[in-house]
Design a protein around this ligand. Structure first.
Ligand code: SF4
Length: 481
């Protein structure tokens, strides 16, 4: 499987507790080993960290391999048909596992699910009727119900009781972070925007934000244990505190933008070196957020601002709630306050009704902005969305592919040009990993540019200074200075 497994080992105490729970007559079921296969965006990876931690509180420990696992959970993405196909393509592996060991439990969460249910529920998620290998599905906001679902599927499964705090809410589940020096913190979940192509408001529910104090506490604990860089996550991070749910909760004061209040508080954490967030929505991107990024100690000069289309007609059909004029005014203000800020975006090519003329508007606008980076995808209708129900997917596959290539060729040029700004400069790089095939270290500078250079393994997790010798389309090459 070419996906990432989030997994971790249970502690010695947990192993002891498990020993007493172990049913030797039913060892296949009681061998509690999990594996989580995560697809899609950073939000899913962060959710998998919470899921891993919850499973460990039930007494599960990470399986070293798929063969060893007795519980397999797919955290899915359905942004594109390809993403769903990738998940469904793994079914043969699961069927093979189940044939060999019928006690293996298989669950699915993430964007492909619509309800929380198991094979025994009266109202089942569609996936349960489509995939005979599947035992249960859950929406990510129902994470605390996973224990209940496992017991429904295998009533004699000896799992431990999760703590009251863990069961209280999704946000209270303490995640199992993938690295010590970088961490992702979800600050809100769900979405109220209802873009016509997107399934998230149906799969994740409405926008709901987390308390500032809880986020601050999680961030402080992370920094105390050695974390240098924190990325705040949300479907629309800058809509933090603004939803109908949030206003009703009474948790937020509105004398100042709640997102700015949160950033200001996190900026005071001693020892926090880098703060990032993804993704903001242009509709709620106000100048006070940009001003604070420009003035703060920890916020890095990088903003991912999803455009989706450079045609006002298409933006309207997508229900994006902004036009190109508004988008351009945000970019202008970012460049006024933070002149060298990296700006990246998302584009959907070939949306319903995108004629050649509308596509050319996107091409021109994309060129005018000069993005550093873009994630360009070809439209495919997602089941259950307004685009699927009410519009026609009328751009041919060949045309979508042609436009996609043209836009990527343009991106190569703009990206290289933006990267050349760093040639001859010395940048600060947080070293993330060693590329085993080249033997070079990889990391990111403050502007989120990937930097490669020669150095020793001990530098992983450190911030070092690198002199940039050469800019490539997607990389900066340099040497330690
Ligand atoms: S803002 Fe639009 S694209 Fe983003 S999660 Fe919400 S509905 Fe989906």
């Amino acid at each position: 499987m070419n996906t990432t497994f989030v997994a971790a080992k249970a502690g010695a105490n947990m192993a002891k507790k498990l020993e007493s729970n172990f049913d030797f007559n039913n060892s296949e079921i009681q061998n509690l080993k999990y594996i989580i296969s995560t697809f899609g965006c950073q939000m899913n990876y962060s959710d998998s960290e919470r899921l891993a931690s919850l499973l460990e509180s039930y007494g599960y420990s990470a399986a070293e391999s798929l063969e060893e696992a007795t519980l397999v959970i797919f955290n899915t993405c359905s942004i594109k048909q390809k993403a769903e196909d990738k998940v469904l393509g793994q079914m043969k592996v699961i069927a093979k596992m189940k044939k060999k060991n019928p006690n293996v439990i298989f669950g699915i969460t993430g964007c492909m699910t619509r309800t929380t249910s198991s094979r025994l529920s009266t109202q089942k998620d569609k996936l349960l009727t489509q995939l005979k290998e599947l035992d249960f599905v859950f929406q990510i906001q129902d994470l605390p119900k996973v224990g209940e679902l496992l017991k429904q599927v295998k009533p004699n499964l000896s799992i431990l009781e999760a703590s009251e705090a863990d069961l209280d809410s999704y946000f209270k589940i303490q995640p199992k972070y993938a690295t010590q020096f970088q961490a992702y913190i979800p600050i809100m979940t769900g979405c109220d925007k209802f873009c016509t192509y997107c399934i998230v408001p149906y799969s994740r529910g409405r926008e709901k934000s987390r308390k500032i104090d809880d986020i601050y506490l999680e961030a402080t604990q992370l920094v105390e244990s050695g974390c240098k860089e924190i990325t705040l996550l949300g479907q629309n991070v800058n809509s933090y505190g603004l939803s109908w749910n949030d206003k009703k909760s009474g948790l937020f004061s509105y004398q100042e933008n709640p997102f700015v209040q949160l950033l200001k508080k996190l900026d005071t954490i001693p020892g926090l070196l880098r703060l990032r967030f993804t993704s903001p929505h242009p509709q709620d991107m106000t100048n006070d957020v940009i001003d604070f990024i420009a003035d703060s100690r920890t916020l890095m000069p990088y903003i991912h601002l999803p455009l989706q289309s450079g045609s006002d007609y298409i933006l309207k059909r997508m229900n994006r709630n902004y036009d190109t004029l508004k988008f351009k005014s945000i970019v202008d203000y970012i460049r006024k306050r933070i002149p060298d800020c990296t700006i990246s975006t998302d584009i959907i090519i070939g949306f319903c009704g995108e004629t050649e003329e509308y596509y050319l508007e996107t091409y021109k606008f994309f060129e005018e902005i000069g993005f550093d980076l873009a994630f360009i995808s070809q439209f495919s209708a997602r089941r259950g969305t307004a685009a699927d129900k009410l519009m026609t997917d009328d751009v041919s596959r060949e045309e979508k592919a042609k436009r996609w290539h043209q836009l990527n060729d343009l991106l190569r040029k703009t990206s290289l040009k933006r990267n050349q700004y760093f040639e001859g400069k010395t940048v600060k790089v947080l070293v993330e990993k060693l590329n085993e095939s080249t033997g070079l270290l990889h990391g990111r500078n403050e502007h989120y540019k990937e930097v490669v250079f020669a150095g020793s393994l001990e530098l992983i997790g450190q911030i070092v200074e690198v002199q940039i010798d050469k800019a490539l389309e997607w990389l900066l090459e340099g040497k330690l200075s």
